[in-house]
Ligand binder design. Sequence first.
Ligand code: GLC
Length: 564
Amino acid sequence: MTKKVNRQWWKEGIVYQIYPRSFQDTSGNGIGDINGIAQRLDYIKSLGVDIIWLNPVYESPNDDNGYDISDYRSIMAEFGTMAEFDALLSGIKERGLKLVMDLVVNHSSDEHKWFVESKKSRDNPYRDYYHWWPAEKGTPPKRWSYFDIDGNAWKYDKTTDAYYLHYFSVKQPDLKWENQKLRQEIYDIMKFWFNKGVDGFRMDVIPFISKDINYPELPKEFNENFIPFYANGPKLHEYLYEMHTQVLSKYDVMTVGEAPGVTTDQALDFVAEHREELDMFFHFDLMSLDREQDEVFWMNKEKWKLTEFKAIHSKWDAVFAEEGWGSLYLNNHDFPRSVSRWGNDSKTHWYNSATMLQTFLLTMRGTPYFYYGEEIGMTNINFKNITDYRDINTLNRFEMAKSNGENLEDFIENEKHASRDNARTPMQWDATQHAGFSSQKPWIKVNDNYTEGLNVAEQEVDKTSVLNYFRQMVHIRKTHLGLVYGKYDLLLPESEEVYAYTRTWENTKYLVLLSFSTKGISFKLEGLMFDRAKVLISNDDVETPHEKGSFYLEPYQSIVYELL
Ligand code: GLC
């Protein structure tokens, strides 16, 4: 029997993530903007997606491209004005789409007025909006920072002879959620956007918000990997429940937390309906799969195995089989392009692997999140020179590697595949200069392959393009509810070449076959009823299964069958 599902728009919806800086420039400054997104709404609608998630568009000095917010209620001047934002939101609503914004409230910018005040004096009314450690107590217990040149999350500030905490860059001081006044400020900000009609938030590093404000020594077991420590603060769930009660419960909105450090055991504490906290979150298990152990930023391209990829997805699917809901993603603004990472971006395999990966996300249980350009198969840019990089993460770690006397060629070799900038190159709209992204030199280089068919305009007119495959596959998901809610069962768990699974829902059953191999592959599947099997879609020449359940897939081929 199929369990009764609690149907929700955000479970059935498909999300399209936009990195505004790189989507479409209309003002001619080489930086994408709000009007650019507005101009492309018909395109977005034509994809069949339902929900747009925008990376931060708020006022920011851009130390970390908008993840350092200096005013939560205004729009970054480079991106446009609030009036333009309002027009964008109406355009979104007119088309029946929804808008999810980024909520970055683990930290603010050091240029936010709260912090400017907070650092003025120890008795300033905003002092307690941030985490301070008075220097007379000695050096604060070690905390690691993601973006600090010395890896140190405490920064000494001489004005008040104290250290402040910054898990990210020195310009991203952590907000003190333990202060109830601060929490109220955040809830007010959320209401401000919800009252405008925004449909939800993606919450940046949300598990990090609660801290033990005695700042004890970092327990030894977290010295190599501090993330689980950051993600398990003592009052985390109290705050999320409070936020839900005071804000979220009052609106029909969706929430998705970015959740590094959250394990399957902890998952339901965040998203089981009765918990009244969040709707979904992004786990990091897949994103860590090809990383060197305990090294968040070092990638081992050859390391990951399909069996592990499948095990991760199967494990997370099981967690939400009865309660809660998952989110599915293969890349975003923090990780390399999916086709380069999980597929194969060589000329021979690019098409099949890009469409195979789309098929995967669109046939799994959970809400699929696509990242701009993924619908046309955009690839990594693999910058060879440090001068081409823009990301604070790569730039600061480069300086660190230099001062530690590390091998800088190895460093660049890693960044070529691992850097976040791979995912931040301008959207490839057409084959004109700068790929139709801007009339001026873009803030970050465009990938040269935009002239080789890897652009929207050319794919638009080619019926068999990656883009048109995407649209077709989206349509299939939207017209087969079983692909959204159906039970997932993994087949061939041991195969390193084929990812095969069924989805079962009421009186329908689907079989999904995905090749992750550069070679043609034959295999058998037992016990499936093929009498009424129908191919819903394939990205290559279809081989109909013969009686004995033998199959053959071309390299990176994908096929979805409807079995019943
Ligand atoms: C999240 C964001 C990332 C940002 C960091 C600090 O991981 O996705 O882009 O740099 O938080 O805000």
